[in-house]
Ligand binder design. Structure first.
Ligand SMILES: Nc1ncnc2c1ncn2[C@@H]1O[C@H](COP(=O)(O)OP(=O)(O)OP(=O)(O)O)[C@@H](O)[C@H]1O
Ligand SMILES: [Mg+2]
Length: 248
C-alpha cells in the first residue's frame, strides 16, 4: 500500500483538486484506492458526493473506538473509496495530542488497511501542525502543489528542511507547479528555471484552467466529466510522472 498526501502549509494551492483527480485516476487504472479527507472543510468529501457525517466524529477514529474501515464510504467509482471529513475534524490536533505516540497515530491507524488498498491519498488541511507531523510520518510521498511565487519556493524550502529533520523514515517530497498562468512573466520564469534546476520538483505543470473550478459544480473529478480536456491530460501526466518517480 503506497501512501501519498497532498500537502502544503499554504491554502488554496490545488491540494484537494489534485487528490481528487489522482485518486480517481489511480482507481481507473486498476488500483484499489482510498482518499482520506483530513480537512474539516470537507471539500474532497463534497466533490465525491459523500455526506460529511462521521459517526462518533474524528475522536472515535483517532481513539480507535471505531475502526477506519467502519467509516469508509464507497464513491460513484469502482475501486475508489472515501473516508469523509466532517466539522469534528477541526479538533484533530487536540485528539491526536491525547494519544500515546501523538506523531505516529495516523500511520498506526492506516496499518490495518494494508492489503485492502493499493494506494491511499490523504487530503490535508493547510497548516503545519501535529496533524501535519503525523502525515509526514505516515506517507511514502508528500505531494506539494505550489503556485509559482518566490514565497512559495521559500515555504517549500522550509518544508523540505522540516522533513529532513524528522526522526526515522522520511517521505519523498515531490512538488509540482499548480495554477500556472503562462501570461504572467514570474510564473514562466519560475516554472522554466526552478523546475529544471531543483530536484524534487516534478516536470508536470497544472495550468490555471477554469474547468478545474467546475469540479465543484459537477461534484466530480475533471478526469470524469471532461476526460479529454487539457486539465484531465495534465492530471494524467502528473499521475504518470509520480509512478515513474517511485523510489521503492
Ligand atoms: N488548476 C487550477 N486552475 C484553476 N482553478 C483551480 C485549479 N486548481 C484548483 N483551482 C481552484 O482553486 C480553489 C482552491 O483549490 P483546491 O481546493 O484544490 O486547493 P486546496 O489547496 O485544497 O485549498 P485548501 O487549502 O482550502 O484546502 C478551488 O476553487 C479550485 O476549484
Ligand atoms: Mg483542500
Amino acid at each position: 500500500m503506497k501512501i501519498y498526501a497532498t500537502y502544503n502549509i499554504k491554502g488554496g494551492v490545488g491540494k484537494t483538486s489534485a487528490a481528487v483527480n489522482l485518486a480517481h485516476l489511480a482507481s481507473a487504472s486498476g488500483y484499489r484506492a482510498l482518499l482520506w479527507d483530513l480537512d474539516p472543510q470537507g471539500a474532497a468529501t463534497y466533490l465525491f458526493r459523500v455526506k460529511p457525517k462521521v459517526k462518533g466524529g474524528s475522536r472515535a477514529l483517532v481513539c480507535g473506538t471505531r475502526p477506519l474501515d467502519d467509516a469508509i464510504k464507497a464513491t460513484d467509482f469502482d475501486r475508489l473509496d472515501l473516508l469523509p471529513a466532517d466539522f469534528s475534524y477541526r479538533n484533530l490536533d487536540l485528539q491526536l495530542d491525547d494519544m500515546k505516540r501523538p506523531t505516529r497515530r495516523i500511520r498506526q491507524l492506516l496499518r490495518p488497511l494494508d492489503g485492502e488498498y493499493d494506494v491511499v491519498f490523504l487530503d490535508c488541511p493547510p497548516s503545519i501542525s501535529l496533524l501535519s507531523e503525523n502525515v509526514l510520518h505516515a506517507v511514502d510521498t508528500l505531494l506539494v502543489p505550489m503556485i509559482p511565487a518566490t514565497l512559495s519556493v521559500r515555504t517549500l524550502d522550509q518544508l523540505v528542511s522540516f522533513v529532513g529533520d524528522l526522526d526515522g523514515r522520511q517521505p519523498q517530497v515531490c512538488s509540482f507547479f499548480s495554477m500556472v498562468d503562462r501570461r504572467k512573466r514570474l510564473h514562466c520564469d519560475l516554472v522554466d528555471h526552478l523546475g529544471a534546476e531543483r530536484p524534487g520538483i516534478l516536470s508536470t505543470v497544472i495550468p490555471s484552467l477554469s474547468i478545474v473550478e467546475q469540479m465543484a459544480v459537477h461534484r466530480a473529478p475533471v478526469t470524469v466529466f471532461a476526460p479529454h480536456s487539457h486539465a484531465a491530460e495534465c492530471y494524467e501526466a502528473l499521475w504518470g510522472e509520480l509512478n515513474e518517480t517511485e523510489t521503492d
